[in-house]
Write a protein that binds this ligand. Structure first.
Ligand code: SF4
Ligand code: SF4
Length: 212
């Protein structure tokens, strides 16, 4: 029937208007910014960098492998890799990003950077209050602005973060067992060093008949 959708919409509006006097469920208006609806766990907008421990810089999981930079479809990730290594949050020496910027005015929230990262270092954030009057500088987020603790990841995506933690713990157990097995393995017997070859021309003994 022509206009059926409009009539259905008006009926729903009327139901909410009348119902809002007796039921909180029918209060469809949210008094933002004083009031905010909880976001669904799967909500996402732009990426952030996860760090472990309390020091954001030392705790960044990112090792600047640049895979995400290469795979990002609109090329809005900019990474500079360090020339040296620094201890990470557990003291392991790691390459790290000296620059890690994301231009969120270009980012299309595709999550490919998250999918390709082998180190669980980049995840999708659900922060949406990012409006700024600085069109360029204000939307180019650097590594410090992007860094957020693992606890924050657990807060916004609890199921996913718990799975990641379990996976990382399992990988650590395997790596520790491998290192232990390698340390316990018998060392190959030392091969005696070969005697230096005597170069005939340099130490040639006098020919017979030339002596004396
Ligand atoms: S979400 Fe997509 S567009 Fe945004 S930084 Fe990651 S790969 Fe690039
Ligand atoms: S976020 Fe992941 S994929 Fe991107 S550079 Fe860091 S470690 Fe590599």
């Amino acid at each position: 029937m022509l206009g059926e959708g409009i009539l259905k919409g008006l009926a729903e509006t009327a139901k909410n208007f009348a119902g809002s006097f007796v039921s909180k469920e029918r209060m469809t208006t949210v008094e933002y910014p004083e009031e905010r609806l909880p976001l669904p766990e799967a909500s996402r907008n732009f990426p952030f960098l996860v760090y472990d421990g309390t020091d954001w810089e030392a705790g960044l999981r990112c090792v600047a492998c640049q895979i995400c930079e290469k795979e990002c479809p609109p090329k809005c990730i900019y990474i500079d890799k360090s020339k040296d290594k620094k201890p990470d949050h557990v003291g392991k020496m790691q390459i790290y990003p000296t620059k890690f910027d994301i231009d969120i005015s270009i980012c299309m929230s595709c999550q490919i950077c998250v999918e390709v990262c082998p180190f669980e270092a980049i995840k999708m954030d659900s922060e949406y209050e990012l409006a700024t009057d600085d069109r360029f500088g204000g939307l180019l987020l650097d590594r410090h602005q992007l860094a957020k603790p693992n606890e924050y990841y657990h807060k916004i995506h609890p199921t996913e973060a718990a799975e990641v933690d379990a996976r990382l713990a399992e990988e650590k157990v395997k790596a520790d067992a491998k290192a232990k097995a390698a340390a316990a393995a018998p060392k190959p017997a030392a091969v005696p060093a070969a005697k230096p070859a005597i170069v005939a021309s340099s130490v040639a003994s006098p020919k017979e008949g030339e002596a004396g």
